[in-house]
Design a protein around this ligand. Structure first.
Ligand code: NAD
Length: 478
């Protein structure tokens, strides 16, 4: 490990410069430092962690935990245990989320950077050549001369230009997580992952929710049979879910945001106290001076890379949201290690067979590998088994029987091609399917693996047994 640099000098040298301090950026910086490189990490904000830790994955999961507690308490009345109406103290919730959850992690990160002698520069970084980055720090402009660079500058929420984006009642995910108040009526534009996770939170806190989704199903990337139990549950909880519908116009009025809709299921225009726009994210490729370094950025703002994470400039690498979909932290951290290791001379490459997706909704939705929709579209010969959680003692014991565990295998070899799970804790359960796919397992391997009883993890083995014909927990007609 090399000695830390004096970050107060106006010119620094890095064997590896990392631009962006989110999960991709800090992982790349730490891995490169662990491999003996002198690392400078430039981050716009004074705390590390990027969107995920500060205004994304982590605070949203903290709020989703509260939603889970509230919903579970409500539902336990059906099993004979009743609680009173919850008292919501927004100040305390914000303090817990910001100071006990997020700050603990971001402080931990800055400690990890110090332990590894990574020099952290705070300020917006812009490439000035293929060997230099200029960083506008609070103490003035600094130049970092680098031998190699890893771009990890992320993405930002997509804005719809015709909406009144200056009106604070119109929020993106960051605004929604700030929890300024609990709107009486909240409209969510976009029935994707962010939209439905925040719908869950605000519904638990007492808002009436309407969701508008452009496509013909919620979470369009996931198979419809897995989305159905989620849709059925939230349709009972929310005021409205409009599919194949878009928002044509939003007007700021004193009474609220007046919203007009367009499309097949379009309702009359309506008034909402707040609107959350969650229609995807766009990469920050055009905001970092990439042209000065000669790095290619495509029209959408993505930076194309090869399987070593190399851009068209051989000593400049890129990782995370800025290189393409899916925009997920666990993809970014995996790519980060590849980039750092390639720079250190290892024969690493991005060769993951799948990047799992999880929507932390209630029920949770998780899927990996091939979806059934993709298998059909690509004409892949597959066999499918879907195990209903209504036959799982563990699911019944939690009062939740709507879950499903679906397994797709190759029709001939029975090797695992894909899996999808809907139900509480699906996000935790999907990891086993990912491991099975990466290990080249077939249905027999999974069915002969003893799973602990009673657990929800058994449902994955039961789905494999359905393929093998050895299932005894349900009756499958031959
Ligand atoms: P998304 O792509 O998941 O969902 C956006 C949804 O908006 C889609 O269903 C799309 O059809 C719909 N849409 C697009 N334009 C619309 C319009 N004009 N009107 C109505 N609907 C419209 O994007 P997101 O939910 O904004 O999330 C952004 C990114 O962050 C995604 O890449 C997501 O994977 C990532 N993310 C992941 C997690 C997680 O892993 N749990 C959580 C939050 C965000």
């Amino acid at each position: 490990m090399t000695a830390p640099q004096d970050s107060s000098s106006s010119e620094l040298h890095a064997e590896v410069l990392v631009l962006g301090g989110g999960p991709g950026g800090y992982t790349a910086a730490f891995r490169a430092a662990d491999l003996g490189k002198k690392v400078v990490l430039a981050e716009r904000y004074p705390v590390l962690g990027g969107v995920c830790l500060n205004v994304g994955c982590i605070p949203s999961k903290a709020l989703l935990h509260l939603a889970h507690v509230i919903h579970s308490a409500e539902e336990s009345a059906a099993f004979g245990v009743s609680f009173g109406h919850p008292n919501i103290d927004l100040d305390k919730i914000r303090d817990w989320k910001n100071n006990r959850v997020v700050k603990t992690l971001t402080t931990g990160l800055s400690g990890l950077a110090k332990q590894r002698q990574v020099t952290v520069l705070t300020g917006v970084g812009q490439f000035t050549s293929d060997k230099t980055l200029s960083v506008a720090t609070p103490e003035g402009e600094k130049t970092v001369r680098f031998d190699n660079a890893i771009i990890a500058a992320g993405s930002q929420p997509t804005k719809i230009p015709v909406f009144p984006n200056d009106d604070p009642r119109l929020m993106d995910s960051t605004g929604a997580l700030a929890l300024a108040d609990i709107p009486k009526r909240l409209l969510i534009v976009g029935g994707g992952i962010i939209g439905l996770e925040m719908a869950n939170v605000y519904h638990a806190l007492g808002s009436k929710i309407t969701v508008v989704e452009l496509m013909d199903q919620l979470i369009p990337g996931c198979d419809a049979d897995l989305v159905k139990p989620l849709h059925q549950r939230i349709a009972k909880q929310y005021e409205n879910i409009f599919l194949k519908t878009k928002v044509a116009k939003i007007e700021s009025t004193e009474e609220g945001l007046k919203v007009s809709f367009e499309g097949e299921g379009a309702p009359e225009s309506d008034l909402f106290d707040r609107v959350l726009v969650a229609v995807g994210r766009r990469p920050n490729g055009k905001l970092i001076g990439a042209e000065a370094a000669g790095v290619t950025v495509n029209e959408q703002g993505f930076i194309p890379v090869d399987d070593r994470q190399r851009t068209n400039v051989p000593h400049i690498y890129a990782i995370g949201d800025i290189v393409g979909n899916p925009m997920l932290a666990h993809k970014a951290t995996h790519e980060a290690k590849v980039a750092a290791e390639v720079i250190a001379g290892h024969h690493s490459a991005f060769q993951a067979l799948t990047i799992p997706s999880v929507a932390y909704t209630d029920p949770e939705l998780a899927w990996m590998g091939l979806t059934e929709t993709a298998a059909k579209a690509q004409g892949i010969a597959y066999e499918k088994a879907t195990f209903p959680w209504a036959a799982s003692g563990r699911a019944l014991g939690t009062g939740r029987r709507e879950g499903l565990t679906k397994l797709l295998v190759d029709k001939e070899t029975k090797r695992i091609l894909g899996a999808g799970i809907v139900g509480p804790n699906a996000g935790e359960l999907i990891a086993e399917a990912v491991l099975a796919l990466e290990m080249g397992a077939d249905a027999e391997d999974v069915s002969l693996t003893i799973h602990p009883h009673p657990t929800l993890s058994e449902t994955f083995a039961f789905a494999a047994e359905m393929i093998e014909g050895s299932i005894t927990d349900i009756y499958v007609k031959k």
